[in-house]
Design a protein around this ligand. Structure first.
Ligand code: PLP
Length: 390
């Protein structure tokens, strides 16, 4: 059989494909801290790495391994590490990359607020050099990548949905011997495959589209090539692992991932176009919408996903009034769930970034971030229509 499409992978995720062991179709939930080690000789085999097996669930767990395998398949990677959150995934990936090469860490200015704050931890506590670059300026970006030891980027970025040319970044990074980490949370592997474009590591907040049910915090790191044992040990030693029950719940969410993304892509595009035509909306940020980003969008993404941002006439006060008037759409942070969500990044997800850095990154104080859900698109439009009315 040729390699299956993402819809097929999702439909069969976590199951016993060939039934060879006559076991259950679904992955068993192995909710156990510890495992029998057997005889001293068997324990020696296991800990020396000569026998595959389990000892302690922070080192490895059968249910979590099924989830790791699923993430690797979805991103077309050699292997994946499951982490307890998206921030833990970024922490783990940066640590693996720094171990390999050292800094400086180069990143665009427009990044998820939690990643901006984490980079500050790397700078202030670990003493890493961090350079935040305006990635809209291609020449400045590629020049900075050429000086980097580690590159961390989001494309599309959160919250401004800016696209960065992953293949061009990889080419510049290769010349410098730098490791490229792409946060693929917003695009998801349904719409974009950074590893196929040459990125070394992909990270996700699986709290968003991959789990998709707004009932879980999780993350993962997926590697293009097999990780060195020392890199795997870093994941174990940082300790941000998950329990079997959580891993199983995410596997359950993943079964519908392709179906959900089809709906998010369709509704995202429709709402972006509708907002762009609204007289009170000043600017809409959505991948592939508006002049400038078409060529890169087509080359790099299958569709635009379900996240967009926009500015309303009247700035922050008008944006707050809009949020307070929403009836169907929830005023809440996060993204990627089945329900539509709206928030003001300057007051929530990107608050810790600080006003000066937000201004430098181009994040307006009145910018509304909107995660388009899978509701009937006419219902979303009706709520936006009433909330935007004079
Ligand atoms: C939410 C998010 C994160 C952090 O993920 P958590 O699961 O909240 O720790 C990282 N990157 C992006 C792009 C995100 O949207």
């Amino acid at each position: 059989m040729t390699s299956p499409s993402i819809e097929t992978i999702c439909a069969h995720l976590g199951s016993d494909h060939d039934g060879a062991d006559l076991g259950p179709f679904q992955a068993p939930i192995v909710q156990s801290t510890l495992f029998h080690l057997g005889t001293s000789a068997q324990a020696e085999e296991l800990f020396a790495g000569r026998r595959k097996g389990y000892a302690y669930s922070r080192f490895g767990n059968p249910t979590v391994d099924v989830l790791a395998q699923a993430y690797a398949e979805l991103e077309d990677g050699a292997e994946a590490l499951v982490t307890s959150s998206g921030n833990a995934a970024v922490h783990c990936a940066l640590s693996i990359a720094l171990r390999h090469r050292g800094g400086p860490i180069v990143a665009p200015q427009d990044l998820y607020g939690g990643s901006v704050e984490l980079l500050r931890v790397f700078a202030s506590i670990y003493g890493a050099t961090v350079e935040n670059v305006d990635a809209r300026d291609d020449d400045a970006w590629l020049a900075a990548v050429g000086r980097a030891g580690v590159v961390l980027l989001e494309s599309p970025s959160n919250p401004l949905l800016r696209l960065t040319d992953i293949a061009a970044t990889v080419a510049a990074a290769r010349a410098a011997g730098a490791v490229v980490i792409v946060d693929n949370t917003v695009a998801t592997p349904y719409n974009q495959r950074p590893l196929a474009l040459g990125a070394d590591l992909v990270v996700h907040s699986t709290s968003k589209y991959l789990n998709g049910h707004s009932d879980m915090i999780g993350g993962c790191v997926v590697a293009r090539e097999s990780l060195a044992p020392e890199a795997r040990a870093l994941h174990k030693n940082l300790g941000a692992t998950v329990n079997a029950m959580e891993a199983w719940l995410i596997l359950r969410g993943l079964r519908t991932f392709a179906l959900r993304m089809e709906a998010h892509n369709r509704n995202g595009r429709a709402i972006a176009e509708w907002l762009a035509a609204h007289p009170r909306v000043r600017h809409v940020y959505y991948p592939g919408l508006g002049a400038g980003s078409h060529e890169l969008f087509r080359r790099q993404m299958r569709a635009g996903s379900g996240l967009l941002s926009f500015e309303i006439d009247g700035g922050k006060a008008a944006a707050q009034r809009f949020l307070d008037r929403l009836e169907l759409v929830l005023h809440a942070v996060s993204l990627g769930g089945m329900e539509s969500l709206a928030t003001l990044p300057s007051a929530t997800s990107h608050r810790g970034m600080g006003a000066a850095e937000r201004a430098r990154a181009g994040i307006d104080e009145g910018l509304v971030r909107f995660s388009v859900g899978v509701e009937a698109v006419e219902d979303i439009k009706a709520d936006l229509h009433q909330a935007l009315a004079d």
